[in-house]
Design a protein around this ligand. Sequence first.
Ligand code: NDP
Length: 250
Amino acid sequence: MPSHPFPDFSGKVALVTGASRGIGYHIALHIASAGAHVIAVARTVGGLEELDDNIKKAGGTATLVPLDLSDMAGIDRIGGAIHERWGKLDILVANAGILGTISPVSHVEAKVFDKVMTVNVTATWRLIRATDPLLRLSEAGRAIILSSGAAHSCKAFWGPYAASKAAVEALARSWAAETVNSALRINSVNPGATRTAMRALAMPGEDPDALPHPSDVAAKILPLADPALAETGKLFDVPKGRFLDYRSPQ
Ligand code: NDP
């Protein structure tokens, strides 16, 4: 019997970005432990290798892809390589993200704004474009797009990050609407405050031990990859433990 409470992902292929640390690392580890072959993307080779070691210890397998996601042609190459080697993709986890700087909108440096939009938004769109045909070839394609409570709270000084997360949620909803009659299920997720490098950068004065561990948060995100999942085009809120309704302004 498997020691984890996750769905059986045997025979499935999963692409996880931002897998070198934090939430993405643990999503990748859980999915691989549950039987999927994980394609793990990030820039930091050391983090990917540590992930690979732990996936092997758990009896799983992974392919490591060191890539800067601002390399759009590199994202396209991943799509081509998955098609050649596996002929389909079952699970996409678009998790990689950056915070940028915490500062008034009117003070944000142009290069910081552009970088946040490139990594958080344009790379996510490019991943969607590269993987949509592969996910449609799966019996139960699942896409999980990492958002943030910031997309809706729009707190002071979080402008570029908040805008980038609102943008990826909008992309995910449009994509879900376009694929509603297919087997694909696409949802955004707010992981909530989690004990990671990004959170420490955003809130340096906070006690990290007061926050949930990324392994526990990742475990709560995994059901969004379940072949039995019915929901699509929704936002799953980890702290609340449920899907939230998007309200139409009309
Ligand atoms: P971390 O900073 O701990 O990890 C971010 C991951 O993204 C790393 O693996 C990093 O890998 C990767 N990444 C960043 N830039 C690039 C790039 N240019 N190319 C490839 N990979 C990149 O963040 P978290 O784990 O905290 O966050 C994961 C997701 O969850 C993000 O989308 C974040 O916005 C969201 N989130 C997190 C919250 C939290 O409290 N932690 C709260 C709400 C949302 P590398 O540097 O090796 O490239």
